[in-house]
Design a protein around this ligand. Structure first.
Ligand SMILES: [Zn+2]
Length: 67
Protein backbone atom coordinates (compact mmCIF):
# COMPACT_ATOMS: atom_id res chain seq x y z
CA UNK A 1 0.00 0.00 0.00
CA UNK A 2 1.18 3.45 -0.78
CA UNK A 3 1.09 5.75 2.19
CA UNK A 4 -0.54 9.00 1.14
CA UNK A 5 1.24 12.25 1.64
CA UNK A 6 -1.37 13.34 4.10
CA UNK A 7 -1.12 14.35 7.73
CA UNK A 8 -4.83 14.58 8.34
CA UNK A 9 -4.82 11.78 10.87
CA UNK A 10 -1.80 13.05 12.76
CA UNK A 11 -3.21 16.55 12.74
CA UNK A 12 -6.60 15.48 14.08
CA UNK A 13 -5.10 13.40 16.85
CA UNK A 14 -2.39 15.81 17.92
CA UNK A 15 -4.72 18.78 17.99
CA UNK A 16 -7.07 16.85 20.25
CA UNK A 17 -9.81 17.12 17.67
CA UNK A 18 -10.45 13.42 17.89
CA UNK A 19 -9.86 11.14 20.81
CA UNK A 20 -7.25 8.58 20.10
CA UNK A 21 -8.86 5.21 20.69
CA UNK A 22 -6.08 3.65 22.68
CA UNK A 23 -6.99 0.92 25.05
CA UNK A 24 -5.93 2.26 28.48
CA UNK A 25 -5.11 -1.23 29.61
CA UNK A 26 -2.73 -1.69 26.72
CA UNK A 27 -1.38 1.75 25.91
CA UNK A 28 1.44 0.43 23.81
CA UNK A 29 -0.79 -1.37 21.41
CA UNK A 30 -1.01 0.08 17.99
CA UNK A 31 -4.44 1.13 16.83
CA UNK A 32 -5.87 -0.99 14.05
CA UNK A 33 -8.71 1.12 12.80
CA UNK A 34 -8.51 4.65 11.54
CA UNK A 35 -10.64 6.83 13.84
CA UNK A 36 -11.46 9.16 10.98
CA UNK A 37 -12.83 6.72 8.46
CA UNK A 38 -12.99 3.33 10.12
CA UNK A 39 -10.67 1.75 7.61
CA UNK A 40 -8.25 -0.87 8.72
CA UNK A 41 -4.80 0.64 9.03
CA UNK A 42 -1.51 -0.89 8.10
CA UNK A 43 0.44 -1.27 11.31
CA UNK A 44 4.14 -1.78 11.77
CA UNK A 45 5.29 -2.66 15.22
CA UNK A 46 8.78 -2.53 16.59
CA UNK A 47 9.77 -3.22 20.19
CA UNK A 48 9.61 0.38 21.33
CA UNK A 49 7.13 1.94 18.99
CA UNK A 50 4.54 1.50 16.33
CA UNK A 51 3.48 3.12 13.16
CA UNK A 52 -0.04 3.01 11.76
CA UNK A 53 -1.09 4.19 8.37
CA UNK A 54 -4.51 4.82 6.91
CA UNK A 55 -4.62 4.66 3.14
CA UNK A 56 -6.60 7.88 3.17
CA UNK A 57 -5.47 9.87 6.16
CA UNK A 58 -1.80 9.17 6.39
CA UNK A 59 0.60 8.08 9.02
CA UNK A 60 0.63 8.19 12.77
CA UNK A 61 3.58 7.15 14.88
CA UNK A 62 3.52 6.22 18.53
CA UNK A 63 6.13 8.77 19.50
CA UNK A 64 3.83 11.52 18.27
CA UNK A 65 1.08 10.56 20.69
CA UNK A 66 3.15 9.67 23.73
CA UNK A 67 2.70 11.90 26.69
ZN1 LIG B 1 -8.61 7.10 7.61
Amino acid sequence: MKIPDNDELAEAVLSGEIAWPLDPARPYDAPRICPLCGRRMVVKISPMSWEAACSRHGLLRSEWVER
